[in-house]
Ligand binder design. Structure first.
Ligand code: URA
Length: 434
């Protein structure tokens, strides 16, 4: 079999066989198929898609490329969640401690930033001392002891996706339904989850740009999960504007802490509560949705959810004094405010534009191996539907790079549309698919 034939077949809209997909994945992982051929095939898949059978075969080839984690030693209801990626998405840092404080066990593998979106692992690493690599035994012991562990994807687990993910990030091949579905589901299944909540983002800041594409992605992932006997539910959530007020690693960690202390942005909290209630239902801890929301809220009010975050950070070597006093985190050399020019309402915010701006300020990688400046990013003071007045601080830009901050000052307002009329906001969760 020749890799060039496989690329040409997909380029010409052909359907790849299981053998061809296995040949590609095995060769890519072993190094006999070079990155340039893998990225060429990835681009052909982005452009011409894959049918359901090809996507399932790709998912299975990814799973078979490495180890499958055995979490049978974990006692208690195991839950997992995964977001398809968005701007300002720090949900795992809140949802994990929250459901764990209610008795669920979260043993989660997370990713790094991809394209204009941030990743939980980068956010965790912005807390001094925090380890994102644990041995399997440490991982299992920690979940048994405190109910939560989040680690980076181990090199042994789905190595095909690890390699492919890094390649896609820098070759414009992220936005593809079969590539995203196989990437996410292979990791979730190989990492041993019993029940999986998929947070499928749609909108300008997501990889799926509209609700229909998001729904198609959710449907295929739920079908893959259920086909492999995992209790899988997907929520479709709005990523037309950034989630919460902060974009950038340390800024998002601070927002997660504030949310667990009961001072988070309203919409972000709402998403965490709704998603948490579904996870508690999947875990069989509380199947009544309203009562589950009440239980989650009580864990914020009585401080146990924040305590759980501290236990989790401490268990993985992180310095929790930073969480207790958020002023200990370093701040950017340049913090510039952008002001509102006229009274009105915010009609639209381009999350992609803001995600890319945050990346240029230092919060994300533009190519493999780039280092992240954890301090940098954006703080938004308003969301879609909010009334604004001339002179209000629309947002703050945080960076050590004066040239990038100066440039962003001139263009960042173009990512906002203003209206003289009141603007109605869409609900944060558009659909639940099970
Ligand atoms: N998250 C993943 O794990 N993989 C993707 O391809 C996109 C988002």
């Amino acid at each position: 079999m020749l890799m060039t034939d496989i690329i040409i077949k997909k380029r010409d809209h052909g359907v790849l066989s299981k053998e061809e997909i296995d040949f590609f994945v095995t060769g890519f992982v072993s190094g006999s198929i070079p990155d340039y051929q893998a990225s060429s095939l990835a681009m052909a898949i982005v452009l011409n898609g894959m049918n359901q059978e090809e996507t399932v075969n790709l998912t299975n080839a990814f799973i078979n490329s490495g180890d499958v984690v055995d979490l049978s030693m974990i006692k208690g209801p195991l839950v997992d969640k995964h977001s398809t990626g968005g701007v300002g998405d720090k949900t795992s840092l809140v949802l994990g401690p929250l459901v764990s404080a209610c008795g669920a066990k979260l043993a989660k593998m997370s990713g790094r930033g991809l394209g204009h979106t941030g990743g939980t692992i980068d956010k965790m690493e912005s807390i001094p001392g925090m380890r994102v690599v644990l041995t399997h035994q440490e991982f299992v012991d920690q979940v048994n002891k405190i109910g939560i562990a989040i680690v980076g994807q181990s090199g042994k687990l789905v190595p095909a996706d690890k390699k492919m993910y890094a390649l896609r990030d820098v070759t414009g091949t992220v936005e593809s339904l079969p590539l995203i579905a196989s990437s996410i589901m292979s990791k979730k299944i190989a990492s041993g989850a019993d029940s999986i909540l998929l947070d499928v983002k749609y909108g300008s800041g997501a990889f799926m740009k509209n609700l229909d594409d998001g729904t198609a992605l959710a449907r295929i992932m739920v079908d893959i999960g259920r086909g492999l006997n995992r209790n899988t539910i997907a929520i479709l959530t709005d990523m037309d504007e950034p989630l919460g007020n902060s974009i950038g690693n340390i800024l998002e960690v601070k927002e997660a802490v504030n949310t667990l202390r009961g001072q988070g942005p309203k919409e972000f909290l709402e998403l965490c509560l709704e998603a948490g209630a579904i996870m508690l239902g999947q875990a069989g801890i509380e199947t009544n949705h309203t009562r589950a929301i009440g239980l989650l809220k009580s864990k914020i009010t009585d401080g146990t959810a924040f305590q759980k975050l501290q236990e989790f950070v401490a268990a993985q070597g992180g310095d929790i004094t930073y969480l207790e006093d958020l002023n200990m985190f370093p701040v950017s050399r340049y913090i510039k405010q952008v002001l509102v020019k006229e009274d009105g309402y915010i009609a639209k915010i381009d999350a992609l534009g803001l995600g890319e701006t945050a990346m240029r300020l230092g919060a994300g990688r533009q190519k493999i191996g780039d280092t992240i400046d954890y301090k940098s990013g954006i703080i938004l003071n308003f969301h879609k539907g909010d009334a604004v007045k001339k002179g209000d601080v629309l947002l703050e830009l945080h960076s050590d790079k004066l040239d990038e901050v100066t440039a962003a000052m001139t263009y960042v307002t173009s990512y906002f549309k203003f209206s003289k009329e009141k603007v109605i906001k869409d609900p944060i969760i558009a659909k639940v698919i099970s």
